[in-house]
Design a protein around this ligand. Structure first.
Ligand SMILES: [Zn+2]
Length: 655
């Protein structure tokens, strides 16, 4: 492992102690082999003038909710040293009191809550303290003879700390270990917390950071000499099985989950290892991973649903073995080891699933290494339970934003580069759906990016590209729950006796046949969806056709019939199929002021009259349709199928 220190970059963070603290914290955060997603913590001790001009000794500790990789000055909480030292001398202290007193001792009450390790940072007599959950330290110490190995590698340079619960108990344990000692004189440079992580310290930011790199490198070298090479194998990805697994996990979780399959040769190699079902499920690298991943992953055997159910049963048993009055969390796995397929991670959102995937990837590599150098022996489940159900940790998860209507769902929307299609994609994304937008417009990837979605250029009349786009959605997110079949064209108006045959054929192909082709390919996945729903976008023209629009009106009428048949076919699978019939919308690029004026004058109307020519005299906007479709895909329409919903401001030919 290399030091990432760079003089120029360091100077850009400011030469004061806090500036240097921000910089080297980020250096730690930049290396996923050291810390992942909010793990680890750092601090710096400074003397400052307070508001009244008096000198005050402070410990700036990483604030809760901040990630070392991106932390800023305001991410550190300034806590008075005298208060932290006083706390360390108490015989006991409840978690509640600790959190409260840490906040009370902050010179800026608006700063984030200080790390639960603030007291520990304060009692270490060095300006800079760096703490990580380095993978190599886990591989080294999650073992029967971890302490002996640490001694062998680091000699008397580090203090060995047996595992105890983080927070006040850990701070007390270390206070006892260092009481009356002169760590400088002894040449102590850090502490190895068995089955937890590494601390290094120094009065210089760079030295403390580079000590960290040096010690992790020593562990890595030791392991490299003794460890087996990581396994590798090719995946034989089964997307339908992935969609089924996601459905099984979502059911136990109680909410739709995004699933991320890691089918890299390393992930598949790991999943294929003999006995991985045993050693791969013994426990996490470091206790705080269990908040994201639970104690252990699921192991997926021949029958997907049975595998997920036995995980849930085992989780309930684990809970009852250790619970004392807590409420059980959901029993769904957060990641799974899946022979032949790799490692699959789950989350309420894509971001959550990716965080779990990162931890799972690190875990697989480290567990494999640990097992090959003498046996992987993580913390006992009782210790993990204490962390998983520790209120201070649960509080971190509770802080998340409220659940959105479509959170965890995957939506496929066709024809969404502009107009109604775009508005639909946007509404679904706003409500939390992971949207994959298909359009023939070359700009679709850029357009979808604006709403946090993925756009794929597809000609919907071609078979293989459509299949590939559907497969992409399943491969990336684990399945498809919402399909909005919207793509359509409005050909130029021509009466039957003069219209070009090609106009008719093309209209039927795009407005009808491409939808039938899409259904043919997507329904098998939708059957594995969660609260699945299909929505077609029809037209007011179906019930209120106009002269010269035969191809368009007929295609929308046939599409409506397609929707009705699909509703009949899919009802036994609890899949809802509905159609929305919008009136024309004018808030799209197609309708230039000139075009509007021309159309209005054809009816002898002003532009305003033309735009609101319906019973309620309201203009129908793209977003009205977007929001309606989002509602139709939501639980509001849980018991509605085969319905035709007009969004047209009322039309006497439709009513
Ligand atoms: Zn830690």
């Amino acid at each position: 492992m290399q030091s990432l220190w760079n003089d120029q970059e360091a100077a850009s963070f400011g030469t004061d102690l806090l500036g240097q603290r921000v910089y080297t914290s980020r250096l730690l955060g930049r290396n996923p082999a050291l810390v992942l997603h909010g793990g680890g913590n750092t601090s710096v001790k400074v003397t400052e003038k307070d508001f009244f001009g008096d000198s005050v000794d402070l410990c700036y500790v990483k604030g809760s909710g901040w990630d070392l990789a991106t932390i800023e000055r305001v991410g550190f909480s300034p806590v008075r040293m005298d208060a932290l030292i006083k706390m360390s001398k108490l015989a006991t202290m409840s978690d509640e009191d600790m959190v409260l007193q840490q906040r009370a001792a902050m010179t800026n009450p608006n700063a984030p809550a200080a790390s639960i390790e603030a007291i520990l940072h304060a009692i270490l007599p060095f300006k800079f303290v760096d703490h990580s959950h380095a993978n190599a330290i886990s591989a080294l110490t999650c073992n029967a003879d971890g302490a002996a190995r640490v001694k062998e590698i680091y000699g008397s340079r580090v203090i060995i700390v047996p595992y105890v619960m983080p927070g006040f108990i850990l701070a007390k344990t270390i206070a006892d270990l260092i009481a009356g000692r002169d760590l400088r004189k002894e040449g102590i440079k850090g502490m190895v917390l068995l089955k937890h992580g590494l601390f290094t310290f120094d009065d210089d930011a760079r030295k403390s950071y580079e000590l960290h790199i040096e010690m992790v490198t020593l562990a890595e070298d030791y392991l490299a000499k003794k460890g087996a090479k990581p396994a590798a194998a090719e995946a034989n990805t089964d997307l339908m099985a992935l969609a089924k697994l996601r459905q099984a996990v979502s059911k136990r979780r109680g909410f739709p989950q995004i699933a991320r399959l890691n089918s890299s040769p390393e992930a598949v190699g790991y999943a294929n290892l003999a006995n991985v079902a045993t050693f791969g499920t013994r426990g996490p690298l470091t206790p705080d991973h269990s908040i994201r991943t639970k104690r252990a992953p699921a192991f997926i055997g021949e029958d997907l649903d049975t595998s997920v159910q036995s995980y849930a049963d085992e989780y309930a048993a684990y809970f009852s073995r250790h619970a004392s009055g807590q409420t059980m969390l959901d029993p769904a796995p957060r990641f799974a080891i899946w022979p032949g397929q790799g490692i699959v991670s789950f989350g309420d959102t894509l971001k959550d699933a990716k965080i779990v995937a990162d931890i799972a990837e690190s875990t697989a590599a480290t567990v494999q290494l640990g097992e090959s150098v003498g046996g992987w022996e993580p913390l006992p489940e009782k210790d993990i339970f204490e962390i998983e159900y520790w209120d201070l940790e649960q509080a971190k998860l509770r802080k998340g934003p409220a659940r959105k209507v479509h959170q965890g769902k995957v939506a496929l929307v066709t024809g969404c580069a502009a107009g109604i299609g775009f508005a639909i994609a946007e509404s679904l994304a706003e409500q939390g759906a992971q949207v994959v937008g298909l359009d023939i417009d070359k700009e679709i990837p850029e357009i979808m990016k604006k709403i946090g979605a993925v756009g794929i250029v597809v000609n919907l009349t071609e078979d293989q590209p459509v299949q590939d786009a559907i497969d992409f959605a399943v491969r990336e997110y684990g399945g498809i729950d919402i399909v909005v079949s919207n793509a359509g064209i409005f050909p130029k108006n021509d009466p039957l006796d003069t219209m070009a045959q090609t106009d008719w054929d093309r209209t039927i192909m795009i407005n009808l046949t491409s939808h039938q082709k899409l259904m043919n390919k997507v329904i098998p996945y939708v059957k594995q969806g969660i609260d699945a729903s299909i929505i077609f976008v029809g037209s007011r023209n179906f019930k209120a056709p106009g002269p010269g629009a035969s191809a368009y009106s007929c295609s929308k009428a046939a599409l409506t019939q397609l929707c009705r048949v699909a509703a009949l076919e899919l009802a036994p699978h609890k899949i809802r199929v509905n159609i929305v019939h919008p009136d024309a919308v004018f808030d799209t690029k197609l309708w230039t002021p000139e075009a509007l004026l021309k159309s209005a004058s054809r009816y002898g109307m002003t532009v305003e009259e033309y735009k609101t020519k319906n019973l309620m005299k309201v203009e129908i906007k793209s977003k009205d349709i977007g929001n309606m479709v989002s509602a139709m895909a939501s639980p509001l329409f849980a018991k509605v199928t085969g319905a035709q919903i007009p969004v047209d401001g009322g039309n006497d030919r439709v009513i």
